[in-house]
Design a protein around this ligand. Structure first.
Ligand code: ADP
Ligand code: MG
Ligand code: ZN
Length: 606
């Protein structure tokens, strides 16, 4: 290592500590920063919450001139500029929401070399005048956020992004760094090609989100289940996804009637109300937002502590994106899916209406993947990662319902055989209820008429109740030993099932009784061991300061930073400075308020 890089090295770490208040980098941040500092282009796929902003903000501080950050949404831009300013970084944004006077002021500050970060919307690159303005300025780098928007192959294509290909041509000497949270290999190459990145340093980070706990629960009375879950998450921010607008309205209304500060969000609401509800959630004024998938893009709220799916998500990728909005700050967060096979026909209904046969087949396979995710006895994290072509290295992830032992494996070999035998002996021509009637020895007219009381396994399972047999059916469906078929769905054996029926192999199922009792009782405070009462007080301080500054509370300090304070109880300025997320400027601005609250709390407690 030569002296130049090592002095750079220490400058990088020094800035990380003093400006951002962090002791160490998250994975990949350091190599990305080093590449930009040496003038190289970068392309990086990092998951939500991976810390992409810091990858361009830090080098922007160390290089001469202004960094231009391209970001697709006005609402995001404002929050990011607020967050950067709270760290004492000279940041501004330029978009259609500004008037002439404000624009002139920004131009003046740009010319005076007083801006380190300039956030803009992509359409500005289609304006030759704007390019001329930039050419007159010393520039440090270009950062393109949500870079997947430039690819037609991605899921959020924005034609405006195509004009960004002008950047490497018009500004040949300036490094360009592109970031996204979602890109397959194919989309990645497309993005690099479309922007015209020059031999970029490419980074594909792991999609694993270690601080997220994944859980699937059988869905019964979902609104009551939501209420039970929320009882264990008092005061924590979260998103509840529902499939339809009607369900959103109903659930938000139900929760509000039970005293939960919940607001609805869906594309059918007037734009103004939507905006207002999103803002209330962002500022911690509403605890819960009940939403369709229309909600999510455009918020950077780092303290989302749970994401609950009250209905089956459309596909695994959507599920990953939606749950990904939890726990950006790195503190523990909970992802809960309420699963019922009853949701499948609703999705099937829409799939069946798709005219194109190929599209229909793809949609059906995606539905099957989601059902397998929810019903297989396999680590949820392993399943999600394998969807992105990533193998989870460990045996036990320790942070999903399967791995944490909140479900137990039971041997269901015998019951599986009883049930499958009843199916086989009636020529696989009957539905779930009738088969269960046979094994439980029900004395119905239909059974008698069909002579099914003479079937060998008739009544072989009468010592167990119907819900147990329903559980066996669900397990066998999940493991694809049996399948449902036809308009009035009858149960059929799959090849795998026929083999299991005659073979000697064992069949295992997952029992969730214990898990159900504990559902929603995982408070993040219990898991993390911090003082909950103090946290409540510090949250109130944060709320007050955020209102004064007119910024969202998480921009003052993240939940994770407050958790640390509630673990280490700093009462001196230097102890406060050691808390992750407390940089020099925040210490100066807010340190006193929080120190005081912690001291007062300590005195009362003694
Ligand atoms: P992304 O854009 O990748 O979703 P952000 O840039 O918004 O993620 O960062 C998410 C959170 O992680 C922010 O609260 C940020 O302060 C925090 N963060 C970023 N880098 C670090 C780090 N090195 N150590 C601790 N926290 C970090
Ligand atoms: Mg981001
Ligand atoms: Zn697991």
């Amino acid at each position: 290592m030569n002296s130049h890089t090592s002095s750079n090295d220490s400058a990088v770490h020094h800035t990380l500590r003093t400006v951002f208040g962090f002791e160490s980098f998250r994975p990949n941040q350091e190599t990305i920063i080093t590449s930009i500092l040496t003038g190289k282009d970068v392309f990086a796929v990092m998951p939500t919450g991976g810390g992409k902003s810091l990858c361009y903000q830090l080098p922007a501080l160390l290089r001469e001139g202004t960094a231009v950050v391209i970001s697709p949404l006005i609402s995001l831009m404002k929050d990011q500029v607020d967050a950067a300013r709270e760290n004492g970084i000279a940041a501004v944004f330029m978009n259609s929401s500004l008037d002439q006077r404000e624009l002139a002021d920004i131009h003046r500050r740009l010319k005076g070399n007083q801006v380190k970060l300039l956030y803009i919307a992509p359409e500005r690159f289609a304006m030759p005048q704007f390019i001329e303005t930039l050419k007159g300025l010393p520039l440090s780098l270009f950062a393109i956020d949500e870079a997947h928007c430039i690819s037609e192959w991605g899921h959020d294509f924005r034609p405006d992004y195509l004009s960004l290909s002008a950047i490497p041509i018009q500004f040949p000497g300036i490094p360009v760094a592109a970031f996204t949270a979602t890109a397959t290999e194919k989309v990645q190459q497309d993005i690099i090609h479309k922007i015209g990145l020059r031999k970029p340093h490419e980074v594909r980070a792991s999609f694993n989100r270690p601080n997220l706990f994944y859980q699937v629960e059988p869905k019964t009375e979902v609104e009551q289940q939501l209420l039970d879950f929320l009882a264990g998450h008092e005061g924590e921010s979260g998103i509840i996804y529902r499939t339809t607008r009607d369900a959103v309205t109903a659930t938000a209304g139900f929760l509000a009637s039970r005293g939960v500060k919940a607001l609805p969000y869906h594309a059918g609401l007037p734009a103004e109300e939507r905006q207002r509800n999103q803002e209330a959630f962002n500022r911690d004024e509403a605890q819960v937002i009940v939403a369709t998938v229309a909600f999510g893009m455009g918020i950077d709220k780092s303290n989302v502590r749970f994401v609950v799916h009250a209905d089956l998500p459309k596909h695994i990728e959507a599920y990953y994106q939606e749950t990904g909005r939890a726990g950006r700050d790195g503190a523990p967060a909970h992802c809960l899916l309420f699963f019922s096979r009853g949701d499948i026909p609703k999705i099937r209904y829409f799939i069946d209406k798709t005219p194109d046969e190929r599209e229909r087949a793809i949609a059906l396979e995606k539905l099957n993947q989601t059902v397998r995710f929810a019903s297989h006895n396999v680590c949820r994290r392993r399943q999600l990662l394998s969807f992105f072509g990533e193998a989870y290295p460990g045996e036990n992830c320790g942070a999903c319902d399967i791995c944490s032992g909140s479900v137990v494996q039971v041997d269901i070999s015998l019951d599986a055989k009883i049930l499958m035998s009843a199916m086989a002996r009636t020529n696989e021509r009957f539905g779930i209820n009738h088969i269960i009637d046979i094994v439980t020895g029900a004395d119905t007219k239909r059974i008698r008429e069909l002579g099914h009381d003479a079937v060998k396994t008739y009544g072989a399972g009468r010592h167990k109740d119907k819900s147990h047999w329903r559980f066996i059916v669900d397990e066998l469906l999940a493991q694809e030993l049996i399948r449902q078929d036809g308009e009035y769905p009858v149960l059929k054996l799959t090849a795998k099932g026929a083999q299991a029926l005659t073979g000697t192999g064992q069949v295992f199922g997952l029992k969730r009784e214990e898990a159900r009792k504990n559902a929603g009782k995982r408070k993040t405070s219990d898991a993390e061991g911090f003082d909950r009462a103090l946290f409540e007080r510090l949250r109130a301080v944060r709320r007050r300061l955020a209102e004064e500054q007119r910024v969202p509370p998480y921009v003052i300090f993240s939940d994770k930073t407050l958790h640390e304070m509630c673990r280490h109880f700093p009462v001196t300025s230097s102890a406060m400075r050691r808390i992750a997320g407390v940089g020099d400027v925040k210490l100066e601005r807010y340190g006193g308020d929080f120190l005081e609250a912690i001291k007062t709390y300590g005195e009362k407690k003694d």
